[in-house]
Write a protein of this length. Structure first.
Length: 298
């Protein structure tokens, strides 16, 4: 994860080194070499994804200094990367925040265990109805967590409610319903304790008005002030990620090309389901970055 970028681009390597120094341990070694179980611990996953995203961004900026984004957005944890890319959050502060976010979410998951599941073939409103039916059966917590794209929704809640929803999903019209390999009910009320504690960390952090519109997960509307950003990042832990609407709003504002920064290409794949008229490019490794530089996109 990120190793070939760090090997090929000094700006990426320096970002990982900076992260190591700030955190006081070799995050870079964990990203590059594992072990995978440690990297998949949300306490480490969140700073790793953030550092990898910013390392990719800095390498891209070094190679294409003339490139300028018109809009930014990030899915869940990726919103911190977007904020840093837009000049609203310093890398040092962002790294500290995502490490604390991971710690608090892990703690909340241990206190209030939960699960998540992906439902394919259903749109948002039928999923909300399905969640209500499952909750009525269990008396538990179940919500729409991620509206990723038309036909791909993730739900989040306690284990009993997730299992009830999986049993109801086929009759509701789902083509597929899969429980995810997580023990934390992200973007649900089960994260309320994490959100309350995280708000204290946000209040102690300096934010700036972004240099370009950042489309928020919670509202699918642009964030324009430091106070809005703090509110968004606190609410995000317990509210749905409105990704489909966020992308649609950017397209309506004029976006046609989307550059995904990070170790995979999930958002680029989702873009194809949201609006096929747009072009998505995943910069997830050194060859992908070189191809983008050669194309002179941006």
């Amino acid at each position: 994860m990120g190793k070939d970028l760090a090997d090929a681009y000094p700006a990426a390597r320096e970002t990982f080194e900076q992260a190591d120094d700030l955190l006081g341990f070799k995050l870079s070694s964990l990203c590059f070499d594992g072990p995978e179980d440690d990297l998949n611990d949300t306490l480490n996953t969140q700073p790793a994804l953030y550092a990898c995203g910013i390392a990719t961004l800095r390498a891209l900026q070094a190679e294409l200094p003339q490139a300028a984004a018109a809009f930014a957005a990030g899915h869940s944890l990726g919103e911190f990367t977007a904020l840093t890319a837009a000049g609203a959050l310093a890398f040092e502060d962002g790294l500290r925040l995502v490490r604390e976010r991971g710690r608090l979410m892990k703690e909340a998951g241990e206190q209030y265990p939960g699960a998540m599941a992906a439902l394919l073939g259903l749109d948002a409103e039928p999923v909300r109805e399905l969640c209500a039916r499952a909750q009525a059966q269990t008396g538990g917590v179940l919500v729409l967590a991620n509206d990723n794209c038309p036909g791909q929704i993730v739900i989040s809640g306690d284990d009993a409610s997730i299992e009830a929803a999986l049993a109801l999903a086929k009759d509701a019209g789902a083509k597929k319903a899969v429980k995810l390999a997580v023990s934390i009910a992200s973007h649900s009320p089960l994260m309320e304790s994490a959100a309350a504690a995280f708000r204290e960390a946000l209040d102690a952090t300096t934010f700036h008005a972004p240099a370009l519109p950042i489309y928020a997960n919670v509202t699918a509307a642009p964030l324009t002030s430091a106070d809005q950003i703090r509110d968004e990042l606190a609410l995000q832990l317990t509210h749905s990620v409105r990704w489909t609407e966020s992308v649609q709003a950017m397209v309506a504002a004029g976006a046609q090309w989307f550059i995904e920064l990070g170790p995979k290409d999930v958002l680029t794949a989702l873009l194809k389901r949201i609006d096929r008229s747009c072009t998505g490019i995943a910069v997830n490794a050194a060859p992908a970055l070189q191809a983008l530089v050669n194309s002179q996109v941006g």
